[in-house]
Design a protein around this ligand. Structure first.
Ligand code: BJW
Ligand code: ZN
Length: 311
């Protein structure tokens, strides 16, 4: 079997390398082996993602890899922003578009930014909440929810602050970075469920005046129910996530860049506990070293096809 020596290539480069090394996939799905520290790594490239076409593509995935997934009784799934990208939610590290194009999320998602300009940061979150209201779960969210029905021991951990997993039907979702709604009081922590957002919220310009609602108990400012940089993650959620990372037969990591800690260390914890880690991402990430199976494709394309093959 040919060995694809250079592993972490962008899909187009990967295909060129494959052609050079004589690896040819069929049905739009190419795969190769790579060897490192004595372990084999399966790389699966969903070439239809590259070509922007749809179609079946998992016929070529190695049967031993599919068997691993089929036989797993306890699967832990970790999702990141890429999970919701095909629903229209911008990923965190994509350049922002529209009215907020000149601002970096990293500069807005901090307690310091909120304290300096609460109304400004509140408007950004309201515009995102409004945007989310008119977006729908994608085929990847739906595939995970359907798969959970058949595999009740699945644990779903998400870094996303949207509710698209729940709207697709997933239950018991562990939101390690909180949620856009409910919001909470900055001072006393009291929780408040916001009513649906107005259209104006989405179209509010960054410099437009807006009043941040206040807590009815202590009059403190309300803030989004998310975890900002420098803040501790919800202890119970983090504890459950860490346990689920090692107490499982397989970890599926979907659409995260693996740049934000402590969650970025979960795939490494699983890997150290000899749990096979599968990564689904159209792009390379710093987590790739921890993967036993890499699928270069998008969440909405890969997950339905993958679960279809193992059901
Ligand atoms: C697709 C796709 C498709 C695209 N299909 N895939 C150790 C080392 C260094 C630093 C630290 C450390 N430990 C802690 C830190 C500091 C900090 C940190 O990690 N900084 C790094 C940036 C270096 N961490 C923290 O501050 C955390 N708190 C903490 O550790 O507290 C300690 C403490 C203890 C006790 C008391 C007090 C403090 C908190 C982190 C909170 C993160 N919050 C955010 C914002 C949430 C609110 C909001 O949304 O506004 O969470 S940051 C942002 O990043 C967001 C995300 O959940 C998170 C992760 O991003 P994600 O999901 O990976 O998205 P992207 O955009 O990065 O990647 C998208 C991926 O999808 C890409 O790979 C694409 O290729 C892929 N993709 N289309 C599949 N269709
Ligand atoms: Zn309060």
């Amino acid at each position: 079997m040919a060995v694809l020596r250079k592993r972490y290539l962008a899909p187009a480069q990967y295909r060129q390398a494959q052609a050079r090394q004589g690896l040819h996939g069929e049905n739009g799905f190419d795969w190769g082996w790579s060897f490192r520290r004595g372990h084999s790594k399966i790389i699966a490239v969903h070439t239809n993602t590259v070509r922007g076409m749809s179609g079946s593509f998992l016929r070529e995935i190695r049967p031993e890899a599919l068997r691993q997934l089929r036989q797993a009784r306890k699967v832990t799934v970790l999702t990141g922003a890429g999970m919701s990208a095909e629903s229209g939610v911008p990923t965190f590290r994509d350049a922002q578009k529209g009215l907020w194009a000149n601002y970096r999320p990293e500069d807005l998602a901090t307690p310091a930014a909120f304290l300096a300009r609460p109304d400004f940061v509140w408007r950004w979150y309201e515009s995102r909440r409004r945007q989310l209201q008119r977006l729908q779960p994608n085929a990847g969210h739906q595939a995970l929810a359907a798969w959970q029905l058949k595999n009740p021991k699945m644990t779903l951990i998400t870094q996303n602050v949207d509710d698209l997993h729940e709207r697709a039907g997933s239950t018991g979702v562990i939101h390690v970075h909180g949620t856009l709604n409910p919001v909470k009081c900055f001072d006393c922590g009291a929780s408040y469920q916001l009513p649906p957002c107005s259209d104006e919220a989405e179209n509010a310009a960054p410099d437009q005046e807006a009043e941040v609602p206040r807590c009815s108990r202590c009059k403190g400012l309300l803030r989004p129910g998310v975890v900002w940089f420098g803040e501790a993650l919800p202890a119970a959620a983090l504890h459950k996530a860490e346990q689920a990372a090692t107490d499982c037969d397989l970890m599926l990591v979907v659409g995260t860049s693996g740049q934000v800690y402590p969650i970025a260390s979960l795939p490494g914890m699983a890997h150290s506990a000899q749990v096979p880690v599968w990564i689904i991402n159209p792009n390379a990430s710093v987590l790739d070293d921890q993967a036993s199976v890499l699928v270069r494709g998008t969440a909405a394309q890969v997950l339905p096809a993958l679960f279809d093959r193992v059901s």
